[in-house]
Design a protein. Structure first.
Length: 458
């Protein structure tokens, strides 16, 4: 959480990280207890809560604030009048009156993980089993909710627009009268929710999941990490921070103008000789047959991950990562000829921004001619004798060897054509074969920059 002038993040062993100007720095919190949440009004007033009833007060430096409890506290939220509320295990709810913390009469004994309010007399707390309780200035009471899933966090843009997120991708919205499910499009565990307005809301969660709500529907935003994300907050619509496991801190904001753009790659809806889908095809790789490799495969322990990086100044496109696949037998991969494949391929020659292979002006990325300089290595991992293969690019009938396009015709499948954050890629490789050796994938940018508005109060 933060303010226009300072951002704070907390974590294990009392870690308190602060950002005033880059880089992030740590400040002594005075505790080694794990800290679970922080709320900040400005650079002179903030609270952090954590295990063992830990509550810290920040006024330029961190100091302990007596909580009167030893239970683990999960979340804290404050108000402009100087009061605050903290929640935690066994239905614990504490109120800060501006000078001291005291317990509130709770109506639940379940663990509470999130708290938010539009005002000191309109507060919501969320927790285990879809529990949401509401405070109206006089007493807490149960809300009728729409999910049995554990809820991790709650946030609202107003008293009539309140959101709660939790396990199995659960997202609920309160419209001032009732709670209803909002289709999230994910089954990931969602750990936090925040927005700059009713039409600009972020939810983050497990395995780097980030979902964004634009006022109509939730969509995917690539995080560029597999770390579990536990918190999200922003200064404004144009600058948002997400934090998570292993010290992960992500920033969503205006382009740094470096001209380096990174995308996470996924199987293309049209990339299917037969199920499963793929992003890379290398026929006759270890003998005759169709060999395909998925950019979205997971076995529960490891997941495929492929990125594309376009460096405008250097004039390069690099596709690198790990995929899974092998020889197709019917609609599945052969158990004897399949596994992971690592690859690193870079286009360094004839890379430019055009609208088509005819080199008309545009904003898409084309490699307008094949060259031995456009090359890469593909290595089988734990199968096929760990064989390694060198490939270069090959031009198509129009003279292009790679196309990375935001409005390419083949995007018009699977509902992706109208999504400006989905790009489509196709490229051709050699040495050739009677079969196909090519890329065919879609990609989403890790960061989608937008023009920055003036920062606002949290």
């Amino acid at each position: 959480w933060g303010s226009p002038g300072e951002v704070a993040a907390v974590g294990n062993l009392g870690t308190a990280a602060h950002l005033v100007v880059a880089p992030w720095t740590t400040k002594d919190s005075g505790t080694f207890n794990d800290l679970c949440d922080v709320w900040m009004a400005d650079d002179a007033r903030a609270f952090a809560v954590g295990l063992g009833g830990t509550i810290l007060l920040y006024d330029g430096a961190w100091s302990a604030s007596a909580s009167g409890t030893a239970v683990n506290l999960a979340d804290v939220f404050g108000f402009e009048d100087g009061t605050a509320v903290a929640v935690g295990e066994a239905g614990t709810i504490l109120r800060y009156d501006g000078s001291a913390w005291s317990p509130m009469a709770s109506v639940t004994s379940v663990n509470l993980f999130g708290v938010w309010g539009s005002a000191p007399d309109n507060i919501y707390a969320a927790g285990v089993g879809g529990t949401i309780v509401h405070y109206d200035g006089g007493a807490w009471s149960f809300e009728t909710t729409a999910t049995p899933e554990n809820l991790s966090a709650v946030w609202g843009s107003s008293a009539s627009d309140v959101w709660a997120v939790g396990d199995s991708g659960a997202i609920m919205r309160f419209d001032g009268a009732t709670w209803a499910l909002s289709p999230s499009g994910t089954t990931a565990t969602l750990g936090d929710v925040w927005g700059s307005s009713a039409s600009d809301i972020w939810a983050v969660g497990s395995a780097g999941t980030i979902r964004h709500y634009d006022g109509a529907a939730w969509s995917t935003v690539e995080s560029g990490t597999e770390s579990n994300l536990l918190g999200v907050w922003g200064k404004s619509a144009c600058e948002v921070f997400a934090v998570g496991a292993a010290g992960t801190i992500l920033r969503y904001g205006p382009d740094d103008e470096s001209g380096v753009h990174t995308f996470v790659c996924h199987d293309h809806p049209q990339g299917a000789v037969a199920p499963p889908t793929y992003g890379l095809r290398l026929d006759d790789l270890l003998g005759e047959g169709q060999y395909t490799f998925s950019f979205d495969y997971t076995d529960g322990a490891e997941s495929a991950r492929v990125t594309l990086t376009h460096d405008e100044a250097a004039g390069t496109v690099r596709i690198a990562g790990r995929a899974y696949g092998g020889l197709l037998e019917g609609d599945e991969w052969s158990s004897e000829a399949s596994g992971w494949i690592d690859f690193d391929f870079t286009y360094t020659d004839a890379v430019a921004v055009y609208d088509n292979c005819a080199r008309d002006a545009g904003d898409d990325v084309y490699v307008t001619g094949a060259s031995a300089l456009n090359a890469g290595t593909f290595t089988l991992v734990g199968w096929g004798g760990d064989a390694s293969f060198d490939f270069i690019d090959r031009a198509d009938e129009h003279g292009c060897s790679f196309v990375f396009d935001n409005d390419w015709d083949s995007k018009g499948v699977g509902g992706i054509a109208d999504d400006p954050n989905v790009w489509s890629a196709a490229g051709w490789l050699q040495p050739g074969t009677d079969g196909s050796r090519d890329w065919l994938f879609i990609a989403r940018p890790v960061v989608t920059p937008r023009e920055c508005a003036a920062p606002s109060r949290p």
